[in-house]
Design a protein around this ligand. Structure first.
Ligand SMILES: NC(=O)c1ccc[n+]([C@@H]2O[C@H](COP(=O)([O-])OP(=O)(O)OC[C@H]3O[C@@H](n4cnc5c(N)ncnc54)[C@H](OP(=O)(O)O)[C@@H]3O)[C@@H](O)[C@H]2O)c1
Length: 217
């Protein structure tokens, strides 16, 4: 059975998954890169997961990397929100093709939830962006069909992850709690009281200072 998974979703101690003041120059607003420093240090991030240790290898290979690289395995489609796909107002720019250049790191059909859908965008190496104005359940049906039996990743941002959790559609949630206080931004946990009751929860803290929390149904 195809499962719905969230990976590497980073939040501050006070629960924010992004900062305030998002723009083309500040994809995470005032949070800057602080939510993801644990991940950008890993070999997963450096894109060298298939390269043997030694010359050319870069990035850490410890516990943070082991969690980070689970992002890829068995995924056949991603769903993301309009706020992840581009800065506020990207819908007014017919040329906007996402943050990631012509070869985005998804390599699967990728469904962008937006109230202003447009024609699909076919990118290099397997990523096609489909734009959907649909409920979480209907978006998941479309992504499952495209995933051909593989799992569907909910890629963020916090609004979309929260909506899928609230609808009871997430089977595995990996949240990374980063020891910073953002104070403002978009919160993950609002309206999800007692969410943990539906899941087996595990926590692992790593030398980088983050805590990996997994919620598994
Ligand atoms: N912490 C992390 O690990 C992580 C991961 C990924 C992204 N991010 C960051 O999170 C931020 C974006 O998060 P966000 O919470 O602001 O936005 P988001 O979750 O990416 O997207 C929310 C938006 O998607 C559209 N949308 C959502 N559900 C919809 C539905 N059912 N039907 C139609 N449209 C729907 C709406 O946009 P419209 O009404 O405008 O169409 C809504 O405002 C960015 O800063 C991004 O860099 C963080």
């Amino acid at each position: 059975m195809s499962r719905t998974r969230v990976h590497n979703f980073s939040i501050s101690l006070d629960g924010f998954g992004t900062g305030e003041g998002l723009s083309a120059d500040a994809p995470f607003g005032h949070a800057g890169h602080r939510l993801h420093e644990w991940m950008t240090a890993t070999r997963f991030w450096h894109g060298l997961g298939v390269v043997e240790q030694g010359e050319g290898a870069a990035g850490s290979t410890g516990a943070d990397n082991a969690f980070a690289e689970r992002h890829e395995h068995g995924i056949g489609a991603e769903i993301m929100g309009a706020g992840k796909f581009g800065p506020p107002g990207w819908q007014d720019d017919p040329e906007w093709r996402g943050w990631w250049g012509e070869n985005p790191p998804f390599h699967t059909p990728t469904f962008v939830l937006t109230h202003r859908p447009r024609q699909p965008l076919e990118m290099d190496e397997g990523t096609t962006f489909h734009f959907l104005d649909a409920s979480p359940a209907d978006a998941l049906d479309a992504a499952r069909e495209a995933a051909h039996g593989l799992d569907v990743r909910i890629g963020g941002g916090p609004t979309v992850v929260r909506d899928f959790l609230a609808a009871g559609l997430v089977d595995h949630l990996h949240v990374v709690q980063v020891p910073i206080l953002l104070g403002r931004g978009v919160r993950l946990w609002d309206g999800l009281e007692a969410l943990e009751r539906g899941y087996a929860v595990e926590a692992v803290s790593t030398p980088s200072g983050v805590t990996h929390l997994t919620f598994t149904r």
